[in-house]
Write a protein that binds this ligand. Sequence first.
Ligand code: ADP
Ligand code: MG
Length: 541
Amino acid sequence: YQGLAGRSTNEVLQLYAAHGQQMKLQRSSVVTQLHGAVKRLKQDLKSLHSFALELSKDFQRQSKTCLYQVLAAVQGIQLQNEAMQMFQIKAFDLEQSLQEVTERYEKEKQKRKALHNSLIELRGNIRVHCRIRPLLPFDDAAGHSISQDRQRNFSEKAAYAADDETVLVKCSRPGHASVNKTFQFERVYNDLESQDAVFADVAPLLTSLLDGYNVCIMAYGQTGSGKTYTMLGPQLEGNLAFSTEEESELGIIPRATQEVFRLISEKPPGSYWVEVSVVEVYNNEIFDLLAKDSYGKVFGVKRDVVTTREGKSDVPLLTHETVENASEFLHLVNKGLQLRVTHPTLVHAHSSRSHLVVTLTITTVVFGDNFGTLWEDEQTSQRLNKEASCTFPQKMRDHKSTPSSRASSPVQLEATEKMKQVKTRLQLVDLAGSECVGMSGVTGAALRETSFINRSLSALADVLGAIAEQRAHVPYRNSKLTHLLQDSVGGDAKLLVMLCISPGQKYLTESMQSLGFGTRARQVQRGQVKKKNFPVLSKGK
Ligand code: ADP
Ligand code: MG
């Protein structure tokens, strides 16, 4: 309005018209621009729409393909599942038939074993079990005067358990092709089999002990092959006693005692008692390891073995200690064993230098008015009637007023007029090492020791040979060992030889010698093992 001041009306009107014209032109150009923009937007929208359409079509196509693929996969899986189920059914069927076959095989094997056992009983065969111990760190120790090459071979295994009845020995000599030899025994234990497994096969023999049979279990093998481990358990360091700490490591002797007491506990009370003797045969002399001096201290005493009028072997004055349970027995035996390292005449560095014989005598007392008629054979009955004086062990008589043992009740027994005793014997033998030690260079005590061991073991082999050939004369008296074991070896006992084998190549010669001994022992037929005649004792009688 300031610019209009002073202007004429006409000029103002012209200015207004010009301004209006300008505004009109401006508006029309904006409209044109807007129109263009709208057109472009429309085009964009159109192409966007067609793009979206394309995209959705593509998506549909792809999802269809995916769906087909998924369906095909599902179908495939279903087919696979069906096939798998078929396989599973087939596998199950196969498994079942395998199980049936295995069961049948086991049954057949049991039957065969039972038949074999009866055959053994009938023929009076010696049972032979063979235990192959594991390779142990000391097996690596280098031998003397052997080439390096051979030494490397030596720590390798040569003896294996092929199965539970077969030993396989790989005999390889330098420069020769190796030859496999097999040996069959009643039972073969591999290096992993436990003391439990070994005892499981021994336990049935103990049942027959209470049924009236004498039983003898003897370990044979070279030094270090595991005889003492198998019979007693691991030995204590620097001591010939054995460790009683670890139950699972206990050997046959302590386990057999536990089993005997367990079996007795199932019998009517007061009908059994158990006595123990521990004897060592060293340098062909018999030592009573339980003999006591006048102070009551355990003291090894030399004894002799004689043949009685009945032709049985007997050790006069041998100490028999009555034991009432297994732990008392263990204590007693361990005390006897410890003696071996301290007694001047018994000193020898290794337990395998002597034979150890632990004997459990089980006396069964039978009483009643008419028992005489119950005996199967009249002669035995008469003999036993004569024997039936009440010869209870000292310990029993001493404890008359407090009969603590369930094994016997002396008061009750002495009150009974007619009673009988039947003795059965369990002999457990840890033989001296069977290796043939060369005599050259060995002098003095060691030479004496070695030659006595060699002589006693060859006497044992000779005795078995004579029995096998049914010779009229069996040379039991050639050695104190065979004389002592005469009744067990000669047919009056169920005899089990536990061969112990070191698996290393190094010990091949000794292992073959032991396996040969076992094989010959198996062939011995001693005639049917005699049972001590027992009357049938009903419970509570
Ligand atoms: P031997 O009485 O025949 O001379 P040992 O019984 O003393 O032999 O055994 C020698 C060594 O081997 C011992 O150290 C023993 O503990 C060990 N041994 C033997 N047999 C076995 C086995 N089956 N398992 C483990 N160690 C064993
Ligand atoms: Mg030994």
